[in-house]
Structure formats: structure tokens, C-alpha cells
Design a protein around this ligand. Structure first.
Ligand code: ADP
Ligand code: MG
Length: 149
């Protein structure tokens, strides 16, 4: 069942990320879709902090992947600079989806068919000012889609 939520601030999107994190297990892949500034990295901050990551999480701008160690190992991949999915076969993209870690992929649409079919999908659409519509599919269980405080 898809979960549809509307958040009204970055903090609410972080909180939604924390709720998603509670269901994640090693080997899971979460794919993020949405334009620049939609809030993909913001939600990843919530997921990473709930998984015990203490490092500062930011969009990796030149590196394609950053790894964090929390209670679980977290792999943060940003495909913004990718021009076509076939570039991924040369860099061992499939190997990044380790069964030992939770993998979070920004600009997941860029991966095309290289994205695992079993990925949790998070689609973020910006609305007025700080409002974001967020649609999540592929979770194991329901999550509360509000309120956030
Ligand atoms: P992306 O990774 O999708 O490019 P970021 O998470 O880096 O986006 O940036 C989102 C920006 O939008 C941040 O500056 C954040 O503070 C702001 N923002 C405002 N409202 C929200 C909201 N409801 N959810 C997420 N981010 C929001
Ligand atoms: Mg980002």
C-alpha cells in the first residue's frame, strides 16, 4: 500500500525519514525521486540519524557514494551527475547494493533498469513554499503519515 504524506517543513520530512528508517534492514535499497531541492537529502538525514549515523550527511556532489557507519552500515549514493544508466555497469554499481548495508539512492531515475526492482520508492514533489507531497511505496509495513509533532 502506498503511503502518501504532506510535510510542511524540512523537520517534518526528517521525521518522516525516521519513521521509514524504523522498518529498514540490511540489504534494503531506498530510491529517491524528485527535483533539485525537493528534499531527498533532507529525508536521508532523518533516515541516517535514526540508524545511528553521527556524521554530517550532505549530498555527495562529486563522489557518487559515501558510506556511513551507524547501528547499520549506510551507503548514500547520488546519481545527479550520471548521464545514462549504462555508465553504471562500468563502475560496479551492482556491487554497491551490499546485503550488509542500507542503500539510499538520490536521483534514482538516472539508474533506469540498474535500480533493484525491490527498492522502496520515495517520490517527493514540491508544492507551495515549504510543502512537499511525498509518496512512498514498497515498505514492509504501514507508517504514520502524520502528524509530525
Ligand atoms: P534534494 O536533495 O532533493 O536536492 P535537499 O534536501 O538538499 O534537496 O534540499 C531541500 C531544501 O528544501 C532544504 O533547504 C530544506 O530546508 C528545504 N525544505 C523546505 N521545506 C521542506 C520540506 N517540507 N521537506 C524537505 N525540505 C524542505
Ligand atoms: Mg540531494
Amino acid at each position: 500500500m502506498p503511503v502518501v504524506a504532506v510535510t510542511s517543513s524540512a523537520e517534518e520530512t526528517v521525521e518522516l525519514g525516521r519513521r521509514i528508517a524504523a522498518q529498514l534492514r540490511p540489504g534494503d535499497v531506498v530510491a529517491f525521486f524528485g527535483d533539485l531541492g525537493a528534499g531527498k537529502t533532507t529525508m536521508i538525514k532523518g533516515i541516517a540519524s535514526a540508524l545511528g549515523v553521527r556524521d554530517v550527511v550532505r549530498s555527495p556532489s562529486f563522489v557518487i557514494a559515501t558510506e556511513y557507519q551507524g547501528a547499520l552500515r549506510v551507503q548514500h549514493i547520488d546519481l545527479y551527475r550520471l548521464t545514462e544508466p549504462s555508465e553504471l555497469t562500468g563502475i560496479g554499481f551492482a556491487d554497491l547494493f551490499s546485503p550488509d548495508c542500507v542503500t539510499l539512492v538520490e536521483w534514482a531515475d538516472r539508474a533506469g533498469p540498474e535500480l533493484p526492482a525491490s527498492s522502496v520508492r520515495v517520490e517527493i514533489t514540491a508544492g507551495d513554499i515549504d510543502r512537499r507531497s511525498i509518496r512512498i511505496t514498497g515498505l514492509r509495513d504501514e507508517i504514520e503519515s502524520g502528524p509530525f509533532s
